[in-house]
Design a protein around this ligand. Structure first.
Ligand SMILES: [Zn+2]
Length: 88
């Protein structure tokens, strides 16, 4: 997904701005892997294969997201990542 498109995204939970951490980009500056973080509710939305995973909590499939995040922990030394805040 293009950086300029990602910049327009907001948190689906509270509509606040998201911070982007880019983990992998292709030659056209598309973000292939990354992590969007909401500074307000502290939810984290991974970008996997260029697609931001931004479904509401009840539609998140954390068992599918977690293996990717676990790999990032090894590759990019991001530690620890919680995809959803504790109080969900
Ligand atoms: Zn939020």
């Amino acid at each position: 997904m293009k950086l300029s498109t990602i910049a327009k995204l907001c948190c689906p939970f509270d509509k606040q701005d998201l911070q982007l951490k880019i983990l992998a980009q292709d030659l056209d500056q598309n973000v292939i892997e990354g992590l969007l973080s909401c500074t307000t509710c502290r939810r984290q939305y991974p970008i996997i294969y260029g697609v931001p995973i931004m479904a509401p909590d009840e539609y998140r499939q954390l068992p599918l997201e977690q293996p990717v995040v676990s790999r990032w922990r090894l590759e990019y030394n991001i530690d620890p990542i919680k995809l959803l805040p504790d109080a969900v």
